[in-house]
Design a protein around this ligand. Structure first.
Ligand code: UT7
Length: 348
């Protein structure tokens, strides 16, 4: 009997502070018209000095756990997709595991840029289908604003911070990740890169003087790569799931650029009314963009239990990823444990 990983809980965290296109107009050579027409973005949210990636990830995960009626120690594994951790080491996944009270739960961080959430979902599905694990928390969390040069108009207007999380639970009913397509082309790595802080350009005065601690992007190259790869990846994922484009109830793409999303949907034969877009309000939140959009789609009723969803993303690497995911009714709610009584929680 095959095991599937049905999504039984979801949550998100969006920082309160926001930056509008008008905020950039006030000091940069840019305009609301240019930004909105070229990207579809009007607002993005950014953290304040006290907020960190681990806290955003933990807050999104706590919401997902609450919704699923689970606690940290019910989890068998945590996979956290991010390119913007609190520290190079220790792994942020262990920080979040501790913050959730998930004592001794296995946890690892997965770094594939903006495709991280789909890579993490596909990875989680492998652990579930082998029967190794039953409940896996998958998080996409990013705090790109700390690595942006706010005088570089070609990057700073694009990105926002945030986190989204889902819980996959083993079931024998067909659900969860029905198919996935993952890919990578390292020959194009320099088009989207944060050169400083790693082993090649470790922290130094020289690194700072040369601004190597900021994200650099050749936007046009990345744009062309994305419009070439996304449509075909999406079609392949739909085919692999044994489905036709008409069978997809909602397409939830990585929210990087409205024109890229339109092109991918068109190439995959998905009509505009089946595409979920929230880029206007958040900008590009990298690995967090799909789980945040998924939460909003489910909260607003655009996506429902029983739906078949398609995800697609591209990002640093350069990498790409697509997946078809089905969410079904949960078989049974977890038993109410006496340890959930507030007075007894302290002892558990
Ligand atoms: O998750 C993956 C992360 N990466 C991405 O999502 C990036 C994908 N790429 C893109 O979204 C687009 O390439 C951008 C939105 C970044 C840029 O749009 P574009 O249509 O590719 O513009 P471009 O780079 O070809 O630049 C066109 C012009 C240039 O001026 P000149 O050389 O023609 O005089 C840029 O300097 O637009 C200029 N420009 C701007 N003008 C006003 C670049 N950024 C801005 C800006 N405001 N913020």
């Amino acid at each position: 009997m095959k095991n599937y990983g049905n999504i039984v809980g979801w949550g998100k965290f969006i920082p309160e502070k926001s930056l509008t296109n008008e905020d950039f107009e006030a000091y940069l050579d840019t305009s609301d018209e240019w930004i909105y027409a070229r990207t579809g973005i009007r607002v993005r949210h950014v953290v304040n000095q006290e907020e960190q990636t681990s806290q955003m990830a933990a807050d999104a995960a706590k919401e997902a756990l609450r919704m699923a009626g689970l606690r940290g120690h019910d989890l068998d594994l945590i996979i956290l997709a991010t390119s913007s951790p609190d520290y190079l080491t220790p792994p942020i996944s262990s920080q979040v595991q501790h913050a959730l009270g998930a004592k001794k739960t296995a946890a690892f961080t997965l770094v594939t840029g903006c495709t991280g959430f789909i890579y993490a979902l596909a990875t989680a599905q492998q652990f579930i289908s082998t029967g190794a694990y039953k409940r896996i928390l998958v998080i996409g969390a990013e705090l790109i604003s700390r690595w942006l040069d706010y005088n570089d108009r070609s990057t700073c207007i694009l990105f926002g911070d945030g986190a989204g999380a889902v819980i996959l639970e083993a079931t024998e009913k067909q659900s969860g990740v029905m198919s996935f397509v993952l890919g990578s082309d390292g020959s194009k790595a320099e088009h989207l890169i944060l050169p400083g802080g790693g082993s090649k350009h470790p922290p130094s005065h020289e690194m700072l003087e040369n601004n190597l601690h900021y994200l650099k992007m050749n936007g046009n190259e990345v744009f062309r790569f994305a419009t070439r790869i996304l449509g075909s990846s999406l079609r392949e994922a739909i085919r692999e799931a044994g489905l036709e484009p008409e069978d997809i109830d909602l397409f939830i793409p990585h929210q990087a650029n409205q024109r890229i999303i339109d092109s991918a949907a068109r190439q995959a034969g998905l009509p505009p009314e089946k595409v979920f877009i929230n880029i206007e309000n958040y900008g590009n939140t990298s690995a967090a963009s799909i789980p945040i959009a998924l939460c909003e789609a489910l909260e607003s009723g655009r996506a429902k239990i029983g739906d078949t969803l398609a995800f697609v993303a591209f990002g640093a690497g350069l990498t790409w990823a697509a997946a078809v995911v089905k969410i079904i009714e949960r078989e049974e709610q977890p038993r109410k444990s006496i340890w959930k009584l507030p007075i007894l929680r302290w002892f558990s």
